[in-house]
Design a protein around this ligand. Structure first.
Ligand SMILES: Cc1cc2nc3c(=O)[nH]c(=O)nc-3n(C[C@H](O)[C@H](O)[C@H](O)COP(=O)(O)OP(=O)(O)OC[C@H]3O[C@@H](n4cnc5c(N)ncnc54)[C@H](O)[C@@H]3O)c2cc1C
Length: 348
């Protein structure tokens, strides 16, 4: 290697339920583990239903998506894997020695013996961009497609474009924090949850319908200071002064350049063997990304895939290793952790 890259046994692409449980199990099997996700938080699809109750995960009583995400994050950290967030991986290099180098769209590189793909159904969720020439130049300043930190908007005049769940939810979340919130939507009806829409209408959010955003004006060429909105029927234009613009025009799913890796991805999923093997030796796949005869597209199914894939990766790296991890009580990996929990081992 020409660069000072650190070699990992297992690199898991995707930090949703499948990726997180795979990383935990990889720790049990004493493999040096890294998890990479394009999002800035672990949780995968769970992050899109944080308030929903989840009833069907074995051994866990009804729990919100948020609580389940927190439990999974606590569990994944048990063996302290390396976690890399905010990196979209799109390139794969297979080296002569059988190892792989993964590269992100920003050029970050990761060196690994095996890869476990946990990239979900349909691949990466991407925001639909606003159709205004040159809008991308404001993405580094005050044009947002998602909200990572509510505090970024404290005391600001915020304009939100869109009429679905996200637009309405962000309007409600930001209303008590921002100096003002204006929601611009091209229709009079909203697609958001009825209760959220009623809350928004009863609040100080200024609702401008049927209007669409037709242009941005910048005095410094760096950030947006004014937004031109246009009445959908009369065509009449108006200028609004803003400090930040949030665009919520929906999402698309795409595998991007991962399709070119030679895995043989179908329209939505990837066919794998019963050992979670893909067409490329050393690369395994799990969770909603995969398809096989009896595949269960639920979190319970993702957990099962995780164990199978990780055991396959372990045997790929160490062909003489045990086929699966021992049960917790027979696994020395848990002795120290039991002590930390105050549990005394019978044999001691
Ligand atoms: C509204 C809704 C409600 C649901 N309710 C339930 C329920 O009650 N019970 C249940 O069991 N299941 C439920 N599910 C299904 C469950 O969420 C999925 O089965 C589960 O999330 C699959 O986990 P995963 O880790 O395979 O994929 P995901 O959770 O989709 O995670 C994939 C991760 O991979 C990352 N990724 C993708 N491509 C890249 C890339 N190129 N580089 C870096 N990172 C990448 C993504 O950012 C994402 O974080 C629900 C699903 C939805 C949509």
């Amino acid at each position: 290697m020409t660069e000072n890259l650190e070699l990992y046994d297992v690199t898991i692409l995707g930090g949703g339920p499948a990726g997180m449980y795979t990383a935990f199990y990889s720790g049990i099997r004493e493999l040096k583990t890294k998890v990479i996700d394009a999002q800035y938080q672990l949780g995968g699809t769970l992050l899109y239903y944080l308030d929903k109750m989840v009833w069907d995960v074995g051994g866990i009583p009804p729990i919100t998506g948020k609580q389940l995400t927190e439990h999974l994050i606590q569990q994944v950290n048990t063996f302290e894997p390396t976690i890399v967030l905010g990196q979209e991986i799109d390139d794969l290099e297979r080296r002569d020695d059988g190892t792989f180098v993964l590269t992100s769209t920003a050029g970050d590189r990761h060196w690994t013996r095996t890869i476990i793909m946990a990239i979900g159904f349909g691949g990466l969720r991407k925001s639909v961009k606003i159709e205004i020439d040159g809008a991308e130049r404001y993405e580094n300043t005050n044009l947002y497609y998602s909200v990572h930190n509510l505090e970024d908007f404290r005391g600001k005049r915020v304009l939100i474009s869109g009429g679905g769940d996200s637009a309405v939810d962000w309007a409600n979340e930001l209303e008590p924090i921002a100096a003002s919130v204006t929601l611009v939507h091209r229709r009079d009806q909203f697609k958001g949850l009825e209760r959220s829409v009623s809350n928004m209408k009863a609040s100080s959010v200024s609702i401008r319908t049927p209007y669409r955003v037709e242009g941005f004006h910048s005095e410094d060429g760096v950030s947006i200071q004014q937004v031109n909105i246009c009445h959908a029927e009369s065509g009449e234009s108006e200028q609004l002064h803003v400090d930040a613009v949030i665009v919520c025009h929906g999402v698309t799913y795409e595998y991007g350049r991962i399709r070119e890796w030679g895995l043989g991805i179908g329209k939505w999923n990837l066919d794998v063997t019963d050992k979670m093997e893909t067409a490329i030796p050393g690369i395994f796949a799990v969770g909603d990304f995969v398809h096989y005869g009896s595949k269960v597209m639920l979190i319970a199914g993702a957990f099962n895939d995780a164990v199978l894939a990780l055991n396959s990766a372990k045997l790929y790296i160490e062909p003489n290793a045990e086929k699966m991890a021992r049960i917790s009580s027979e696994n020395t990996r848990f002795n120290e952790l039991n002590r930390q929990l105050g549990v005394v081992d019978d044999d001691e």
